[in-house]
Structure formats: structure tokens, C-alpha cells
Design a protein around this ligand. Structure first.
Ligand SMILES: [Fe+2]
Length: 345
């Protein structure tokens, strides 16, 4: 590849004249913004240990009352992007949120899409668009763009969940804002009950439901059962994986980020091809080793990690007798819409 002219090759008066007119020569930066073959990626492979994080999060419960936090969150920031940017990847925000018994995180709605993966505790709930969604370990609850949501806690122990948002993307687009509101009245049955069985959907008087987000809660008990059934019924398949989808359309359950759950059989190693999306892995159950490009991240239960795109990733379950269950997030839906999605084999 041809070496291009550098900034310092240009006379100083010329550079100053360009700057005065808010002009920048492209050629000194061309290779940086269009590198050959593979993008420059700031996302570093990073893991967050739940055992390390948990006492710091609980301490935030002592240090900062809910009225002073609104959402009591420790953001899991990737140093590759700079901690102050609060990004796990270029498009994904991750935060671990704490709600103490009796607390209430007030109603609001915002443009970024959020999901929560419940990590610990019982008795808390998220009310989304008038639907009260109970929160148990491994449940996935959607709070898509524009829907009112608030969190309450009737239990007696701390509840912790992982927030996954497309905030960095929406913020970058200068489209991120929040609206605050009053407590919602609960007005609906759990939407997931209408979709209890794959292959059939509600069709009252032959009409199909038209909402963009027909299902708001994906209980872990059901997803785990689906993974075990898949593993048992198809012993030949390598990747025992299910996607969280809109049950009406089969499309991704949200518009920018995609979510799936994956089971590793005892002792299994699974090699994932290099894809153009960065990924987040959260270990729901068991243990898993994540290896890429010379980096090795060992995940224990409730640990979370992120890896950059364009690298093959190998997953391994080190246990000889227990399956491992992973929750995965990426920005494949967004990349597919933009025509950028790539799988390299
Ligand atoms: Fe929110």
C-alpha cells in the first residue's frame, strides 16, 4: 500500500491557513479512518468479575440514597474507549444496577433502548408500559425506546441486574434524551404468557397483534428449558443457541442490539467465526473461558466480558459435568440494517 503524505510534510503557513478556514487535509489521516482489511477497534477484551464488583455496588447503596442516584448503577466501561465515555463497545453500554428492598426507581422513558438481565435477588419488578414484570435471575426484560419504565422492590434482599443499552450509538447520533413521569398504573397481564408456545401466536377474530414490542419479559426458566430441549433433540449441533426475538415477526426483539442465549455442554469448546460485531458475554450459570487473539478471559457465574469484532472467538466450558449458560449481546441488528454485517470464515 502506497505511503501517503504526512501533515508535517506540509508548510506551516499552509496548515495554518487550512485551520483558519476549518479545513483538514484528508491524506495524512486516510489510512487511519480506512485501514486496509480490518477496522481499527478501540474495544478491548475486558472482563468484569461479579465478585469484585458486587461489594462496590453494595457500598454505593450505603453511600448514595436512591433520591441522589435515580438509577444506582456502576457503569462497566471499556478502557479502550476511555472510562469517561461509559462504553463497553462502540455501541453498547453496560451497567450493573442495585435496588434495595423498599426502594423505587422513578418512572421515565428515553430514546435509547434498554434491556435488563437479572443477576441476583428476588422480589423486584420493572413496570414497562403498564405491565409489571417480575425480576428473577436470568430473566430478560425489555424497555424499548419510548416506553415508560420504573423499578420497585418488595423483597428483603438487594436485587442486582445488568443493564444493556444502545446508549453510545444513540448518544453519538445526538438523539439521546429522557422524559420523567409519574408512577404508572399496572394495566396488563404478563405479555409473555400470550407467547408460551413457539409456533402459535394470538390471533383474536383472525387478527394478529400489531405492537412493535409484543413481548417484554423473557423468563429464564423458559429460555433454559428451550436450550436443554434443543441440546437433547439435536445432539449433532455444535452451537446450542437461541435468539431473543419478537414472537410476532421472528425479527430481533430490539432494533439496534441483538440478544441470544447459548448453552455449552460439559467440556464443550465452541469456535465462533470472526464477525463484524463486538460482543458482550454474561455468564448466567456454570463457568466459561473466552479466548481471542491471544487473550484469555475466564468467566465465573455472573461475570461479564466484552470482545471486539473481527476476531474469531473460542468459548469453552471447563466443567466436565455441568453445562454453562451464556447471555450474549451484540449490534448485529444495527449492522445488518446498515449493510455492514460480515462473517469471516
Ligand atoms: Fe431507563
Amino acid at each position: 500500500m502506497l505511503e501517503l503524505g504526512r501533515l508535517e510534510d506540509l508548510p506551516e503557513d499552509y496548515r495554518a491557513a487550512l485551520t483558519a478556514q476549518n479545513l483538514v487535509p484528508l491524506w495524512p489521516s486516510l489510512r487511519a479512518v480506512l485501514p486496509p482489511g480490518k477496522p481499527a477497534r478501540r474495544t478491548q477484551p475486558i472482563a468484569w468479575s461479579y465478585q469484585e464488583l458486587r461489594p462496590l455496588l453494595l457500598r454505593a447503596g450505603d453511600l448514595t440514597p436512591m433520591e441522589k442516584a435515580e438509577r444506582r448503577v456502576l457503569v462497566m466501561a471499556n478502557p479502550g474507549h476511555g472510562l469517561e465515555k461509559m462504553q463497553a463497545t462502540s455501541t453498547i453500554y453496560l451497567g450493573m444496577q442495585l435496588l434495595l428492598p423498599g426502594e423505587w426507581a422513578p418512572a421515565h422513558r428515553h430514546t435509547p433502548n434498554a434491556v435488563r438481565m437479572i443477576v441476583e435477588g428476588e422480589g423486584a419488578y420493572t413496570t414497562v408500559d403498564g405491565e409489571k414484570c417480575p425480576m428473577s435471575r436470568g430473566d430478560l426484560i425489555l424497555t424499548p425506546t419510548g416506553l415508560w419504565h420504573e423499578h420497585g422492590h418488595d423483597g428483603d434482599k438487594p436485587v442486582v441486574w445488568l443493564d444493556v443499552l444502545d446508549l453510545p450509538m444513540v448518544y453519538y447520533m445526538e438523539a439521546s434524551y429522557v422524559t420523567e413521569g409519574n408512577a404508572q398504573s399496572v394495566n396488563g397481564e404478563a405479555t409473555e404468557r400470550a407467547y408460551q408456545r413457539g409456533g402459535v401466536v394470538p390471533a383474536p377474530v383472525f387478527n394478529r397483534v400489531g405492537q412493535p414490542f409484543p413481548m417484554l419479559r423473557y423468563p429464564w426458566a423458559d429460555v433454559r428449558k428451550a436450550l436443554l430441549a434443543l441440546a437433547e433433540s439435536q445432539p449433532g449441533i455444535d452451537a446450542v443457541q437461541v435468539a431473543y426475538v419478537n414472537p410476532e415477526t421472528g425479527a430481533d426483539c430490539q432494533k439496534l442490539l441483538g440478544f441470544s442465549a447459548l448453552m455449552l455442554r460439559p467440556g464443550q469448546r465452541l469456535d465462533l467465526p470472526a464477525r463484524s460485531t463486538a460482543m458482550v458475554f454474561h455468564l448466567i450459570e456454570g463457568a466459561a473461558d473466552v479466548t481471542l487473539d491471544g487473550n484469555h478471559l475466564a468467566l465465573a457465574e455472573a461475570d461479564t466480558c466484552c470482545v471486539p469484532g473481527y476476531e474469531p472467538v473460542s468459548l469453552r466450558n471447563p466443567s466436565a459435568d455441568r453445562p454453562a449458560f451464556l447471555f450474549i449481546a451484540d449490534d448485529a441488528p444495527l449492522q445488518k440494517k446498515l449493510g455492514l454485517y460480515e462473517v469471516r470464515t
